[in-house]
Design a protein around this ligand. Structure first.
Ligand SMILES: Cc1cc2nc3c(=O)[nH]c(=O)nc-3n(C[C@H](O)[C@H](O)[C@H](O)COP(=O)(O)O)c2cc1C
Length: 172
């Protein structure tokens, strides 16, 4: 169903004091969304709960970005990123996200929590062309090699700058 949404050029801006919060099970199925998530996504709580978190995925986002996210959080580490999301009506909203694993007493991962804040505009302006290059590389590589191609673009940039991914994100 979500594949049929036509992305629009309408942007919705997070306010300075907004926090978009959601929780998932270990497979990325949404188990909680706060009222601001419901507001920005344009979906009802009923539609969100039980859906895959890719329900708000924007087609402009490169696949390699999500691969890096999942590799990081599955390894039990926190992950930060600027992300372009798509609401139910096709409009988009940029966020600065922090995803963390939730552990039980034995340190098994029992789910994930994401808290998103209003992104810095100049950071979004710097991230956008990087994602565009990653996406172009993914599209020309074809589905099978897409993630490797997108990751390659990011790794080249990090090498060029002599930075880790986290250093780059926090330098923006
Ligand atoms: C806690 C949590 C929050 C997430 N939040 C988002 C989000 O806001 N937007 C998004 O596109 N993907 C988000 N994801 C990643 C999605 O699960 C998914 O990997 C991504 O949308 C790519 O979907 P696809 O593999 O179907 O293309 C989140 C994952 C987790 C675990």
């Amino acid at each position: 169903m979500k594949r049929q949404i036509q992305p629009s050029t309408v942007e919705r801006m997070m306010r300075e004091d907004d926090f978009i919060v959601s929780k998932t099970n270990p497979k990325g199925i949404i188990t909680y969304g706060n009222p601001i998530f419901i507001e920005f996504s344009g979906y009802s709580e009923e539609e969100l709960l039980g859906s895959q978190h890719n329900i708000v995925r924007h087609p402009d986002m490169p696949r390699a970005a999500f691969q890096l996210a999942w590799d990081t959080i599955r390894a039990g580490k926190e992950f930060f990123a600027y992300v372009k999301n798509m609401a139910k009506d096709g409009s988009y909203y940029w966020v600065f996200t922090h995803i963390t694993p939730d552990f039980d007493q034995q340190r098994n991962i029992i789910g994930y929590t994401s808290v998103r804040r209003c992104p810095k505009r100049d950071a979004v302006a710097k991230v956008e062309p990087v994602y565009r290059l990653m996406l172009q590389a993914e599209q020309s590589a074809g589905p099978r090699d897409a993630i490797a191609a997108g990751t390659g673009v990011l790794l080249d940039l990090l090498n060029q700058k002599g930075m880790s991914y986290e250093e780059l994100v926090f330098s923006l």
